[in-house]
Design a protein around this ligand. Structure first.
Ligand code: 13P
Length: 253
Protein backbone atom coordinates (compact mmCIF):
# COMPACT_ATOMS: atom_id res chain seq x y z
CA UNK A 1 0.00 0.00 0.00
CA UNK A 2 2.83 2.41 0.87
CA UNK A 3 5.14 2.75 -2.11
CA UNK A 4 8.80 2.38 -1.08
CA UNK A 5 10.71 5.65 -1.02
CA UNK A 6 14.49 6.01 -1.29
CA UNK A 7 15.99 9.47 -0.91
CA UNK A 8 19.62 10.49 -1.13
CA UNK A 9 20.78 13.34 1.08
CA UNK A 10 24.00 14.60 -0.46
CA UNK A 11 24.60 17.00 2.44
CA UNK A 12 27.42 19.52 1.75
CA UNK A 13 29.06 17.43 -0.97
CA UNK A 14 29.62 17.36 -4.75
CA UNK A 15 30.30 20.17 -7.23
CA UNK A 16 28.66 21.08 -10.54
CA UNK A 17 30.25 18.28 -12.52
CA UNK A 18 29.91 15.61 -9.83
CA UNK A 19 26.26 16.45 -9.09
CA UNK A 20 25.24 16.20 -12.76
CA UNK A 21 27.29 13.07 -13.35
CA UNK A 22 25.86 11.37 -10.26
CA UNK A 23 22.30 12.37 -11.26
CA UNK A 24 22.68 10.95 -14.75
CA UNK A 25 24.11 7.67 -13.50
CA UNK A 26 21.29 7.27 -11.00
CA UNK A 27 18.68 8.14 -13.66
CA UNK A 28 20.04 5.58 -16.13
CA UNK A 29 20.44 2.86 -13.51
CA UNK A 30 16.96 3.28 -12.05
CA UNK A 31 15.01 4.09 -15.22
CA UNK A 32 12.97 0.86 -15.07
CA UNK A 33 11.81 1.31 -11.49
CA UNK A 34 12.01 4.95 -10.40
CA UNK A 35 8.57 6.47 -10.06
CA UNK A 36 6.82 3.15 -10.71
CA UNK A 37 7.66 0.61 -8.04
CA UNK A 38 9.71 3.01 -5.90
CA UNK A 39 9.78 6.75 -5.30
CA UNK A 40 13.33 8.05 -5.73
CA UNK A 41 14.54 11.50 -4.78
CA UNK A 42 17.90 13.21 -4.41
CA UNK A 43 18.63 16.24 -2.24
CA UNK A 44 21.68 18.12 -3.53
CA UNK A 45 23.07 21.35 -2.03
CA UNK A 46 21.13 24.51 -3.02
CA UNK A 47 23.79 25.57 -5.52
CA UNK A 48 23.35 22.42 -7.62
CA UNK A 49 19.57 22.06 -7.46
CA UNK A 50 18.98 23.60 -10.86
CA UNK A 51 21.63 21.62 -12.70
CA UNK A 52 20.43 18.41 -11.05
CA UNK A 53 16.78 19.17 -11.89
CA UNK A 54 17.83 19.70 -15.50
CA UNK A 55 19.90 16.52 -15.60
CA UNK A 56 16.94 14.55 -14.21
CA UNK A 57 14.22 16.21 -16.27
CA UNK A 58 13.59 13.16 -18.46
CA UNK A 59 13.62 10.77 -15.49
CA UNK A 60 11.14 9.95 -12.72
CA UNK A 61 13.59 10.97 -10.02
CA UNK A 62 12.35 13.83 -7.87
CA UNK A 63 14.57 16.51 -6.42
CA UNK A 64 14.46 17.89 -2.91
CA UNK A 65 16.22 20.65 -1.02
CA UNK A 66 18.01 20.03 2.25
CA UNK A 67 16.40 22.99 4.02
CA UNK A 68 14.06 25.93 3.49
CA UNK A 69 13.13 29.13 5.31
CA UNK A 70 9.57 29.74 6.48
CA UNK A 71 9.14 33.34 5.31
CA UNK A 72 8.03 33.78 1.71
CA UNK A 73 10.39 36.65 0.81
CA UNK A 74 12.01 39.77 2.19
CA UNK A 75 15.04 40.76 4.24
CA UNK A 76 16.30 37.31 5.30
CA UNK A 77 19.87 37.33 4.06
CA UNK A 78 21.15 33.94 3.03
CA UNK A 79 17.80 32.17 3.24
CA UNK A 80 15.81 30.37 0.51
CA UNK A 81 11.98 30.30 0.44
CA UNK A 82 9.50 27.63 -0.57
CA UNK A 83 8.40 29.65 -3.60
CA UNK A 84 12.02 29.80 -4.80
CA UNK A 85 12.32 26.03 -4.48
CA UNK A 86 8.98 25.50 -6.27
CA UNK A 87 10.02 27.96 -8.94
CA UNK A 88 13.01 25.85 -9.98
CA UNK A 89 11.11 22.54 -9.83
CA UNK A 90 11.83 21.09 -6.38
CA UNK A 91 9.35 18.55 -5.04
CA UNK A 92 10.63 17.65 -1.58
CA UNK A 93 12.41 19.40 1.27
CA UNK A 94 14.13 17.96 4.33
CA UNK A 95 12.96 19.61 7.56
CA UNK A 96 14.75 19.18 10.86
CA UNK A 97 17.60 16.99 9.70
CA UNK A 98 19.71 16.03 12.70
CA UNK A 99 22.66 18.10 11.47
CA UNK A 100 20.42 21.15 11.34
CA UNK A 101 19.10 20.39 14.82
CA UNK A 102 22.42 19.55 16.45
CA UNK A 103 25.09 21.36 14.42
CA UNK A 104 23.17 24.46 13.32
CA UNK A 105 20.92 24.58 16.39
CA UNK A 106 17.42 24.48 14.89
CA UNK A 107 14.59 24.11 17.40
CA UNK A 108 11.38 22.11 17.11
CA UNK A 109 9.52 25.43 16.83
CA UNK A 110 11.59 26.59 13.85
CA UNK A 111 11.31 23.19 12.19
CA UNK A 112 7.53 23.34 12.62
CA UNK A 113 7.41 26.72 10.89
CA UNK A 114 9.51 25.36 8.04
CA UNK A 115 7.35 22.24 7.62
CA UNK A 116 4.17 24.35 7.68
CA UNK A 117 5.59 26.80 5.13
CA UNK A 118 6.74 23.95 2.91
CA UNK A 119 3.25 22.40 2.84
CA UNK A 120 1.58 25.78 2.29
CA UNK A 121 3.98 26.40 -0.58
CA UNK A 122 3.27 23.06 -2.25
CA UNK A 123 6.45 21.22 -1.29
CA UNK A 124 6.48 17.78 0.31
CA UNK A 125 8.42 17.89 3.59
CA UNK A 126 10.46 15.00 4.89
CA UNK A 127 10.39 15.62 8.64
CA UNK A 128 13.44 14.09 10.29
CA UNK A 129 13.33 12.91 13.90
CA UNK A 130 15.71 10.88 16.04
CA UNK A 131 17.38 10.66 19.40
CA UNK A 132 20.97 11.24 20.54
CA UNK A 133 22.96 8.30 21.92
CA UNK A 134 22.72 9.74 25.46
CA UNK A 135 18.95 9.92 25.06
CA UNK A 136 18.73 6.32 23.85
CA UNK A 137 20.97 5.14 26.69
CA UNK A 138 18.78 7.03 29.16
CA UNK A 139 15.69 5.23 27.79
CA UNK A 140 14.30 8.47 26.35
CA UNK A 141 14.01 7.49 22.67
CA UNK A 142 10.21 7.45 22.59
CA UNK A 143 9.93 10.64 24.61
CA UNK A 144 12.30 12.51 22.26
CA UNK A 145 10.74 11.21 19.06
CA UNK A 146 7.25 11.92 20.36
CA UNK A 147 8.21 15.51 21.22
CA UNK A 148 9.84 16.06 17.81
CA UNK A 149 6.74 14.71 16.06
CA UNK A 150 4.22 16.66 18.12
CA UNK A 151 6.12 19.94 17.97
CA UNK A 152 7.24 19.45 14.38
CA UNK A 153 3.66 18.89 13.20
CA UNK A 154 2.03 21.29 15.63
CA UNK A 155 -0.99 23.12 14.19
CA UNK A 156 -1.09 21.01 11.03
CA UNK A 157 -4.31 19.22 10.09
CA UNK A 158 -4.41 15.58 8.98
CA UNK A 159 -4.97 16.79 5.42
CA UNK A 160 -1.79 18.84 5.54
CA UNK A 161 0.19 16.08 7.23
CA UNK A 162 -0.77 13.73 4.39
CA UNK A 163 1.91 15.63 2.42
CA UNK A 164 4.58 14.70 4.98
CA UNK A 165 7.05 11.82 4.97
CA UNK A 166 8.72 11.04 8.30
CA UNK A 167 12.38 10.01 8.48
CA UNK A 168 13.61 8.30 11.64
CA UNK A 169 17.34 8.97 11.89
CA UNK A 170 18.89 8.09 15.25
CA UNK A 171 21.72 10.61 15.60
CA UNK A 172 24.18 7.96 16.81
CA UNK A 173 23.74 6.02 13.56
CA UNK A 174 24.37 8.92 11.19
CA UNK A 175 27.73 8.86 9.44
CA UNK A 176 29.12 6.55 12.12
CA UNK A 177 28.92 3.22 10.32
CA UNK A 178 26.85 2.07 13.30
CA UNK A 179 23.44 1.19 11.86
CA UNK A 180 20.54 0.68 14.21
CA UNK A 181 19.50 -2.98 14.23
CA UNK A 182 16.43 -3.85 12.15
CA UNK A 183 14.62 -4.58 15.43
CA UNK A 184 15.50 -1.18 16.93
CA UNK A 185 14.36 0.47 13.71
CA UNK A 186 11.09 -1.47 13.58
CA UNK A 187 10.34 -0.57 17.22
CA UNK A 188 10.93 3.14 16.59
CA UNK A 189 8.94 3.15 13.35
CA UNK A 190 6.04 1.31 14.93
CA UNK A 191 6.09 3.82 17.77
CA UNK A 192 6.03 6.70 15.26
CA UNK A 193 3.09 5.17 13.41
CA UNK A 194 1.18 4.72 16.67
CA UNK A 195 1.92 8.32 17.59
CA UNK A 196 0.54 9.48 14.24
CA UNK A 197 -2.61 7.41 14.85
CA UNK A 198 -3.00 9.07 18.26
CA UNK A 199 -2.30 12.56 16.95
CA UNK A 200 -4.49 12.14 13.84
CA UNK A 201 -6.18 8.91 12.84
CA UNK A 202 -5.48 5.34 11.78
CA UNK A 203 -5.80 6.12 8.09
CA UNK A 204 -3.16 8.84 8.16
CA UNK A 205 -0.87 6.62 10.24
CA UNK A 206 -1.29 3.75 7.78
CA UNK A 207 -0.65 5.92 4.75
CA UNK A 208 2.34 7.90 6.02
CA UNK A 209 5.69 6.70 4.75
CA UNK A 210 8.35 6.37 7.45
CA UNK A 211 11.94 6.19 6.18
CA UNK A 212 14.97 5.04 8.13
CA UNK A 213 18.28 6.87 7.89
CA UNK A 214 21.68 6.27 9.48
CA UNK A 215 24.57 4.40 7.85
CA UNK A 216 22.34 2.73 5.25
CA UNK A 217 24.47 0.70 2.83
CA UNK A 218 23.73 -1.85 0.08
CA UNK A 219 24.62 -4.58 2.60
CA UNK A 220 22.00 -3.63 5.20
CA UNK A 221 19.27 -2.04 3.07
CA UNK A 222 17.24 -5.18 2.44
CA UNK A 223 17.14 -6.23 6.11
CA UNK A 224 15.98 -2.78 7.09
CA UNK A 225 13.33 -2.71 4.35
CA UNK A 226 12.02 -6.10 5.47
CA UNK A 227 10.65 -4.53 8.66
CA UNK A 228 6.88 -3.98 8.56
CA UNK A 229 6.97 -0.28 9.37
CA UNK A 230 10.02 0.66 7.29
CA UNK A 231 8.76 2.20 4.05
CA UNK A 232 12.00 3.52 2.69
CA UNK A 233 15.48 4.80 3.35
CA UNK A 234 17.11 8.22 3.67
CA UNK A 235 20.68 7.66 2.58
CA UNK A 236 23.62 9.95 3.28
CA UNK A 237 27.16 8.80 2.42
CA UNK A 238 26.13 5.87 0.23
CA UNK A 239 23.96 8.13 -1.95
CA UNK A 240 27.11 9.83 -3.25
CA UNK A 241 28.12 6.64 -5.03
CA UNK A 242 25.80 5.80 -7.94
CA UNK A 243 26.35 2.03 -7.74
CA UNK A 244 25.70 1.94 -4.00
CA UNK A 245 22.63 4.15 -4.26
CA UNK A 246 21.24 2.05 -7.12
CA UNK A 247 21.82 -1.14 -5.12
CA UNK A 248 19.89 0.43 -2.22
CA UNK A 249 17.04 1.40 -4.56
CA UNK A 250 16.84 -2.19 -5.81
CA UNK A 251 16.89 -3.52 -2.25
CA UNK A 252 13.94 -1.28 -1.38
CA UNK A 253 11.56 -2.76 -3.97
P1 13P B 1 24.65 8.45 6.50
O1 13P B 1 23.90 7.52 5.57
O2 13P B 1 25.89 9.01 5.91
O3 13P B 1 24.83 7.84 7.87
O4 13P B 1 23.67 9.73 6.72
C1 13P B 1 22.36 9.54 7.06
C2 13P B 1 21.65 10.82 6.94
O5 13P B 1 21.85 11.73 7.72
C3 13P B 1 20.70 10.98 5.82
O6 13P B 1 19.94 12.14 5.97
Amino acid sequence: MRKPFVAGNWKMNTDTHASVDLSKRIAIGSSEVAGHSVTVAVCPPFTYLQSVIKALSASHIAVGAQDVYFESNGAFTGEISTSMLKDIGCTYVLCGHSERRHVIGETDELINKKAAAAIAGGLLPILCVGELLTERDAGQTEQVVSRQLKKGLSGLSAEKVSAVTIAYEPVWAIGTGRTATPQQVQEAHNFIRKQLAQMYDDMLAEETRILYGGSVKPANAENLMNQDDVDGLLVGGASLNADDFLAIIRAAI
